[in-house]
Design a protein around this ligand. Structure first.
Ligand SMILES: [Zn+2]
Length: 214
């Protein structure tokens, strides 16, 4: 028979593994919500306020740090992107030279970069990293996921994985999975195909009892 301490460590590792599985499943579950909403936003700007604007041939965001010297097309795109930004009044704090404004009309991902974390340069794709996705969900007002849910998911991903820990107690695991399910259950996500699939999977594996890993 194994010593009690060892069994407990195994059990904590299994808990950690379940949280990791939950995060991975949630990341997959967010794909449709992210893609659908951001593509729709891009389309509504392109076919709405920015329809018929001339193509920029100068990459204004990279050419100059002075926003007043941007061409009318890049200026209008910037205005529209910021209209849907939670921190729309902090335009001057954004590092615009990270983006290529001349690409905004053609590339959804170039627009999405404005809503991403400061350190993110567009890779890995926003649909494959939950930390990037959560930041976009929080910053872009086209989503209506409560900020406290985004904050809680961001906290658990950081707490369990950024610090390289491999053990989680049962209470922490239950809290973590509950937090992930709150995100998957939000109407923006649960109405999508990938969201429904991820929610069902998460519900399923939370019901599987721990087994001994040997
Ligand atoms: Zn321009």
């Amino acid at each position: 028979m194994q010593p009690q301490r060892e069994q407990s460590q195994e059990s904590k590792f299994q808990n950690w593994h379940q949280v990791a599985l939950g995060i991975s499943t949630t990341t997959h579950g967010m794909v449709d919500c992210l893609k659908d909403t951001l593509t729709h936003l891009h389309c509504s700007i392109k076919q709405g306020p920015c329809a018929g604007l001339e193509k920029c041939s100068d990459s204004c965001s990279k050419r100059t740090g002075s926003l007043s010297q941007w061409c009318p097309t890049c200026t209008e795109w910037r205005n529209q992107i910021m209209r849907h930004h939670r921190y729309s009044l902090q335009e001057d704090k954004i590092q615009w030279n990270k983006f290529d404004s001349s690409e905004w009309p053609e590339r959804v991902n170039e627009m999405v970069k404005v809503y991403g974390p400061v350190w993110w340069m567009g890779k890995p794709l926003y649909t494959s990293d939950l930390a990037v996705a959560i930041c976009i969900l929080h910053n872009c007002c086209a989503f209506s996921i409560p900020p406290e849910v985004c904050q809680a998911v961001r906290g658990l991903r950081k707490g369990y994985f950024a610090q390289g820990r491999l053990q989680v107690n049962t209470l922490e695991k239950d809290m973590a999975l509950k937090t992930l399910m709150q995100l998957l259950e939000s109407p923006d996500v649960s109405k999508t195909r990938s969201g429904t699939k991820a929610l069902n999977l998460t519900i399923h594996f939370t019901k599987i009892p721990n087994t001994t890993v040997r």
